[in-house]
Design a protein around this ligand. Structure first.
Ligand SMILES: [Cu+2]
Length: 133
């Protein structure tokens, strides 16, 4: 009995190792080819502007806002969602821009430095802060 158990154990281990080897060998990782960028909208902006610095991106019902924007600057709002959104100042009517799904729009930054909380009129749970300075 002792002998057979001792003999069996290495066999089981070896069988498992072989099986595992076979399975792993069969499931090769598929490396996707590098994506080809064909979208014209990804072209860099001209006029020496720093790419992305003056851009608000709306994606997944959330805003991505630059750390600060210059007073009076023109900020591009890019809506990557299919839903329509707005960038609307919470108070004072400093700005109110509507952006169709998949479109871009331009927001003119208020001339007065400060932090301007804003929201989306369609989705009141969407909030952001525009810091002008
Ligand atoms: Cu919205």
């Amino acid at each position: 009995m002792k002998l057979s158990a001792a003999l069996l154990a290495p066999v089981v281990v070896a069988a498992c190792a072989l099986t595992a080897c076979g399975d792993d060998g069969g499931s090769t990782v598929d490396y996707a080819p590098a994506p080809t960028i064909t979208d014209a909208t990804t072209m860099p902006s001209s006029e020496g502007a720093v790419a992305g610095a003056n851009e608000i991106v709306i994606s997944g019902f959330a805003y991505t806002v630059p750390a600060t924007v210059a007073p009076g600057a023109q900020v591009t709002i890019r809506n990557t969602d299919t839903a329509e959104h707005t960038v609307t100042a919470d108070t004072g009517g400093a700005f109110d821009v509507e952006i169709e799904g998949g479109e871009t729009a331009t927001l003119t930054v208020p001339p007065t430095p400060g932090t301007y909380p804003f929201h989306c009129t369609y989705h009141p749970n969407m909030h952001g802060d525009l810091t002008v300075g």
